[in-house]
Design a protein around this ligand. Structure first.
Ligand code: C2O
Ligand code: CU
Length: 506
């Protein structure tokens, strides 16, 4: 492969993408940032200059597994120290699989401020996709808030809790943030052919449901009346929301691209129609000829109960009643250099009280604890994770959470409603042609089961991709094969107990 060299300057700038002027974080003056274009097996090198003046930064390459380069995953507190103002950090990694991926800030809540973009990895010459098309276009769907990221973050972590609320706009640009979205193009069906870098057995939808951190490829045939344009619409689902629909024009040449369609934009599906969303998830299978059969059994099962809790009066999200917080010294460095004192060494819980916990009701006791402890996985073992959703702290309310795993793709083994049953539900797993993904949603009051092989030496975050939920503790970290991790670059060090290139041991 070739080297694709990018030079980026990250900086605050005033922008008004929806006619409301606010500070955004731009890369080389743009938000979304520049698209990284590469071919399979190329090396991407991004020289990142932090010109934020008063803020640190780190960028994660979402969907890129970082095989052999776990230190360039870009997860502040997990794989690297933050990049200080004025500093330049060089990320260098191989894009080993074709597909469309994302990159975004992984520090505080900077993603929300506009620090994200696309990574497009093309097939090598002479190899073709199992479908045909004439043109391709990439679209990023995102939420857009008028409040500054700092104001939002402060609201979320204050005793006088203030929720980020509903986004003021959903920009026309795959979903990245708070909302589950529906995307449709007036008068045109879409054939889903790929998701998260894996081919899908094609299926047709009128609207595509998409969750933060997911990517999809769809085929659209331009076979409608060419004398007009059509609406492309995104709208918020899974929450009752006042966010205006995101609108764009699907242009038929030679109409002017800004000529409004003569129709009223189509209304999206009703926000609380969870069954259609589940139906789409169930329709997704690996494409014939491209199936990676899953291991038929697993070595370990971890059940993760997703709940909203209170800790010392603060609203938090937790997994098995433990709300996650990041350590000051990144795990990757701590584990490799045996700085065991920098994080809590007690393993987090493997499950919750299945017998007594009623997931369908608001709990009497909403307290939880917080910790930065991690799951240590046996290298090369097969791990099942069951995401179990539950009621929040409000009666009759459960939210959708899209979970993203760093460093791996996992098989989506199954989905279900209600409480996962350890004995009967695994019998219904798809052991034949499950899709592999890096992000999957767990629906309100439901469960999602996934399986992966712990074969990528490193330390990897697994978290809800709603930025404010992760910020409020909805995540965990896995370690595997730390002894097989090569020598760490010193560029990732400098914070916590790794200051000045020396390791501080108590
Ligand atoms: Cu795209 Cu840790 O996330
Ligand atoms: Cu969430």
């Amino acid at each position: 492969g070739r080297i694709r060299h990018y030079r980026w300057e990250v900086k605050y700038e005033y922008k008004s993408p929806d006619c409301y002027k606010k500070l955004v974080i731009a890369i080389n003056g743009r938000t979304p940032g520049p698209t990284i274009e590469a071919e399979q097996n190329d090396t991407v090198m991004v020289e990142l200059k932090n010109s934020l003046l008063t803020e640190n930064v780190a960028i994660h390459w979402h969907g890129i597994r970082q095989i052999g380069t776990p230190w360039f995953d870009g997860t502040e507190g997990v794989t690297q120290c933050p990049i200080l103002p004025g500093d330049t950090f060089v990320y260098k990694f191989v894009v080993d699989r074709p597909g469309t991926y994302l990159y975004h800030a992984h520090y505080g809540m900077q993603r929300e401020a506009g620090l994200y973009g696309l990574i497009r990895v093309a097939l090598p010459p002479g190899v073709s996709e199992p479908f045909q098309y004439n043109y391709d276009r990439s679209i990023i769907l995102n939420d857009w808030y008028h409040k500054s990221t700092h104001e939002q973050a402060t609201g979320l972590s204050s005793l006088d809790f203030s929720w980020v609320g509903e986004p003021q706009a959903t920009d026309r640009q795959l979903d990245r943030s708070l909302s589950a979205l529906s995307f449709q193009i007036e008068g045109h069906n879409m054939t889903v052919v790929e998701t998260d870098g894996h081919y899908v057995e094609p299926f047709v939808v009128k609207n595509l449901f998409i969750y933060s951190g997911e990517t999809y490829s769809v085929l659209i045939t331009a076979n409608q009346d060419p004398s007009r344009n059509y609406w492309a619409v995104t709208n918020v689902v899974s929450r009752s929301s006042t966010t205006p629909n995101g609108l764009a024009i699907f242009n038929y040449y030679p109409n002017h691209p800004r000529r409004s369609p003569p129709t009223v934009p189509p209304a999206g599906p009703v926000w609380n129609d969870g069954d259609s969303r589940l139906a789409q998830s169930l329709a997704i299978r690996a494409r014939q000829g491209y199936i990676h059969p899953p291991p038929q059994t697993s070595d370990r099962v971890i059940v993760m109960l997703n709940t909203q809790n209170k800790i010392n009066g603060h609203v938090r999200w937790s997994v098995n009643k433990v709300s996650y917080n990041l350590p000051h010294t990144p795990y990757l460095i701590a584990l490799k250099h045996k700085l065991g004192h920098v994080f809590d060494q007690t393993p987090p819980p493997n499950g919750y009280d299945f017998v007594n916990y009623d997931i369908s009701i608001k709990q009497e006791n909403v307290s939880a604890t917080s910790s930065n402890s991690i799951y240590r996985l046996e290298f090369n073992s097969i791990v099942d994770v069951i995401l179990q959703n539950a009621n929040t702290m409000e009666a009759n309310k459960s939210e959708t959470h899209p979970w993203h795993l760093h460093g791996h793709d996992f098989w989506v083994m199954g989905y279900g409603k209600g409480k996962f049953d350890m004995y009967s539900d695994p019998q219904k797993y798809n052991l034949v042609d499950p899709i592999m993904k890096n992000t999957v949603a767990v629906q309100p009051y439901g469960w999602t089961a996934m399986r992966f092989r712990a074969d990528n030496p490193g330390v990897w975050a697994f978290h809800c991709h709603i930025e404010s939920h992760f910020y409020m503790g909805m995540g965990v970290v896995f370690e595997e094969g730390i002894d097989n991790v090569g020598e760490l670059p010193t560029s990732i060090m400098g914070c916590g107990d790794t200051r000045g290139g020396t390791f501080h041991r108590p």
